[in-house]
Ligand binder design. Structure first.
Ligand SMILES: [Zn+2]
Length: 92
């Protein structure tokens, strides 16, 4: 199984930026023209999980690593590829 979101119709890869922005908006597969959407709820759950990690972790994060801001940068750096890998696009 390929990592990351692919078109359920033709298995073409969905562009990375489509999976990070434009949640809930439809777009056409670049290979087969199937209308696709990244479900809003899924993006919401991933975002909430990361926010909770930040809220609970920021006080325990070592100050010499940048404290809360360092944790935020770390979460963003980790979450982009992780959320991309977890994203599934759906047919509209
Ligand atoms: Zn397709």
């Amino acid at each position: 199984m390929a990592l990351g979101p692919t078109c359920p119709n033709c298995a073409a890869r969905v562009p990375f930026l489509r999976t990070q922005f434009n949640f809930g908006r439809t777009f056409a597969c670049r290979r087969c023209d199937q209308a696709l959407v990244v479900p809003r709820f899924q993006a919401f759950v991933i975002g909430m999980g990361l926010t909770l990690i930040f809220l609970f972790g920021r006080h325990d994060f070592p100050p010499e690593w940048g404290g809360g801001l360092g944790l935020l940068v770390l979460i963003v750096a980790v979450s982009l590829p992780v959320s991309w890998a977890l994203t599934a696009v759906k047919r509209v």
